[in-house]
Structure formats: C-alpha cells, structure tokens
Design a protein around this ligand. Structure first.
Ligand SMILES: *[C@@H]1O[C@H](CO)[C@@H](O)[C@H](O)[C@H]1NC(C)=O
Ligand SMILES: *[C@@H]1O[C@H](CO)[C@@H](O)[C@H](O)[C@H]1NC(C)=O
Ligand SMILES: *[C@@H]1O[C@H](CO)[C@@H](O)[C@H](O)[C@H]1NC(C)=O
Ligand SMILES: *[C@@H]1O[C@H](CO)[C@@H](O)[C@H](O)[C@H]1NC(C)=O
Length: 357
C-alpha cells in the first residue's frame, strides 16, 4: 500500500504514551524505571513515589535533575528498538499482558540482548546531551582535547566535544545495579549476559562518535578548522546495534568465570566487549504464544513484492496472506493562506493492503 502522508500527524507520540503507561504496570526488577516515562512530570513527584528500586531511588534523590534525561533515554531506546524491528517478525512490541517486554527481557535470546543494549545506550545518549547542553553541574563539554590538534595541518580541537564519560557512568549505576557481584555463578548467568549487553550498548555510543569541524578563514576558505567530537544521532547507534544483533554470539550457559562461544570451532576466540551475546535460541515468533507473550505475525501488514523480512512469504511464515482494498483519505496539498490558516485538499486513493493469515 502506498501511503501518501502529506499532512500526516505524528502517530508516534500517541504510541509512546500508550507504551509508557503499560510499562508502569509491569515492573521487571530494576527495569521498573521505564515506568517513570509515564508518570507525568516526574520531577514534581519526588523520587520516593516513582517506580524505582531502592538503589535507584537513592541515586534519584541525590540527582533529581537527571530525571528528564532518564525519561528521554527510555523513550529513545524504545522508539529505536521499534524502528529497527518494524519489519521483522518480532517487532519490539509491547502488550497489555503481564509479559509486556517480559518474555523478551528474561528469555536470554538475542532479542533480550538488543533490548538491554539499546536501553543502556539510550540512557548514555540522553544524559550526555544534557551534559553538553550545559544543564548539569557534574558534567559539561569534554575539554580534555582542547588546545591540542595539528596546527600544521590547520586544525585544532575546540567547540563542545560530547563527554560521554558521565553518561556512561550514570547508565552503569542506574541499570546494572541488580547484578550481584558473583560474575557468572548459577542463576546469575542471565544477569551477567544482560550486563555484558548493556555494556555493549554503551560501547556503541562511544564507537559511533565522530568528529565535526567548522572552517574559519578568509571568505569561507578552510585555512583554519575547529573540530570537536560529537555523538552520532541515536538512529546511527541503533543501526550499529542492529548489526551487532545480526552478528550476535551464542554463548555457553555454564557457570564459568567468562562467557565462551557455543560454537566449538571458535571457542578459543575471546568475546569482544562490543559483541552482543545470548544464551538461548529465539522462537520463530510466527504464532501467538500467550504464555511466552509472543504476539505472532497474524494480521501484520506485509509487502507482497519484497524479498526482505517484511515480504509476505517470510513475515507470514508461509501461511499466506489476505488482500484488502483500502480507501485512503487524507488532507493533502496543504497551502498556507494569508492570513492565517492552512487550506488542504482531500485526496483519496485506493490501495491494496496485504496482511498475514
Ligand atoms: C507488532 O506486531 C503486532 C502484531 O503481531 C501488532 O499488534 C503491533 O502493533 C506491532 N507493534 C509495533 C510497535 O509495530
Ligand atoms: C536543558 O534544560 C532546559 C531547561 O530546563 C531544557 O529545556 C532542555 O531540554 C534541556 N536539554 C537537554 C539536552 O536536556
Ligand atoms: C566483586 O567484589 C570484589 C570485592 O568486593 C571486587 O574486588 C571485584 O572486582 C568484584 N567483582 C565484580 C565483577 O564486580
Ligand atoms: C515493497 O517492497 C518493494 C521492494 O522491496 C519496495 O520497492 C516497495 O516500496 C515496498 N512497498 C511498501 C508499501 O513498503
């Protein structure tokens, strides 16, 4: 179905609100914190009434000015997860059931890995932006580079380099606190896996940073440049993590000190900090399984001509699809009329829409 969104309203914001209100009802350990995205103006509520663990409450009381960033971080992470997986069988959706992200958060699959990584990265990103905006006393621009550079090549460090150190520290303190200090003993294997993946998420923010420069010189020449380090937009972090997800490594579910690859041939290869790891194979996500909180792909929209994961064949797991003709009416060709309103036409189109059986 070809969508022409000329005067489209941002549906996303409505979806966010719905999702966040779900989170508050379903707390998974220290992941309750996502619930704060739904409690209106958290700054005004005080830390005690927020859905946080005791340790997080303590941290919150000491740093209440970080609440908006925590909220932004959660929002970034969830939105990016849903964007990255929009066309896949598992679409990072949340449901009203107890299982919200429940199954995915505890299943030890590569989806679990992605969720932890993207959420931890979101928090780093949001806190760091707040640092660079000068909203924080503990952190600001990274000045460690300033004054250095390469004058002979005509550039030096200057401007405001994003300083991810504080955000990274905070993301660790805030998210990793449920990991007991026992590395990978017994039932803590999943916790260690989650911690590894959260850390990989934070690494992703560091790895995708880039250098921006601005030219100074006579009439726009680039004789002298000022450069600074900047975080990539969060979509780029998301793309990077999605690639890591595609290449994620299954590890042995054994209480050893260090994770080792399940693949016998590669067992000696150490596992990189930036790699995502998982313990268990994912289900195929084809059919609904309420017990696991898997929604299945029935009713999902698919693309008849695509050979990618959104193609009807793959998305519908070979079950076939239904075709409906949909009438689509929208405001279009909007013009600003002096003065002061917007006049639009109504455009109508008929489209085929395919949904999985
Ligand atoms: C994910 O797919 C389910 C159907 O399987 C659908 O109900 C839900 O709206 C989708 N979620 C998102 C975020 O696209
Ligand atoms: C910084 O603080 C101002 C005022 O409180 C707020 O409007 C802005 O969104 C904040 N910026 C960031 C990146 O947190
Ligand atoms: C566990 O605690 C000990 C001492 O309290 C510390 O030396 C060690 O680094 C900790 N290990 C982890 C994985 O945090
Ligand atoms: C369906 O897939 C084809 C081929 O990948 C693509 O060109 C087309 O834009 C897609 N249609 C929609 C509605 O996404």
């Amino acid at each position: 179905m070809e969508d022409r969104t000329v005067c489209g309203i941002h549906k996303i914001s409505v979806i966010y609100i719905l999702i966040f209100s779900l989170f508050i009802q379903h707390c998974w350990g220290n992941w309750m914190w996502l619930g704060i995205t739904s409690v209106g103006v958290p700054e005004k509520m005080g830390c005690t009434n927020l859905p946080l663990t005791n340790k997080q409450k303590d941290l919150c009381k000491r740093k209440p000015y970080l609440l908006p960033s925590i909220k932004d971080g959660a929002r970034l992470g969830i939105a990016e997860c849903q964007t990255q997986f929009k066309h896949e069988r598992w679409n990072c959706s949340t449901t009203k059931e107890r299982s919200v992200f429940g199954y995915e958060l505890t299943s030890g699959t590569k989806e679990t890995a992605f969720i932890y990584a993207v959420m931890a990265a979101g928090l780093v990103h949001a806190v760091t932006r707040s640092c660079s905006a000068g909203n924080m006393t503990e952190c600001s621009c990274d000045t460690s580079l300033q004054g250095t550079g390469s004058p002979t090549e005509g550039w030096h460090w200057g401007g405001c380099s994003d300083d991810i150190k504080y955000g990274t520290w905070f993301s660790r303190r805030f998210i990793d606190n449920s990991v007991r200090n026992s590395s990978a003993k017994g039932g803590d294997t999943l916790l260690s896996m989650n911690q590894h993946n959260s850390e990989a998420g934070r690494q992703a923010v560091a790895k995708t940073m880039s250098t921006d420069c601005r030219c100074h010189g006579v009439s726009g020449s680039c004789a002298v440049k000022t450069c600074w380090r900047t975080m990539a937009p969060f979509e780029r972090v998301g793309n990077y993590l999605k690639e890591r997800y595609e290449a994620s490594v299954q590890v042995l579910d054994r209480p050893t000190r260090k994770f080792r690859r399940k693949d016998k041939d590669k067992r000696q290869e150490p596992i990189g900090k930036e790699e995502l790891i998982f313990l268990h194979k994912s289900p195929n996500y084809c059919l609904e399984d309420r017990r696991l909180g898997v929604a299945g792909t029935r009713g999902r929209r698919c693309n008849r001509t695509s050979t990618g994961p959104d193609g009807c064949n793959l998305l519908c797991c070979g079950r076939g699809y239904n075709t409906h003709v949909v009438r689509h009416v929208e405001r279009c060709e909007c013009k600003f009329v002096w003065c002061c309103y917007v006049r639009c036409r109504r455009c109508e189109s008929m489209n085929d829409m395919h949904t999985c059986k």
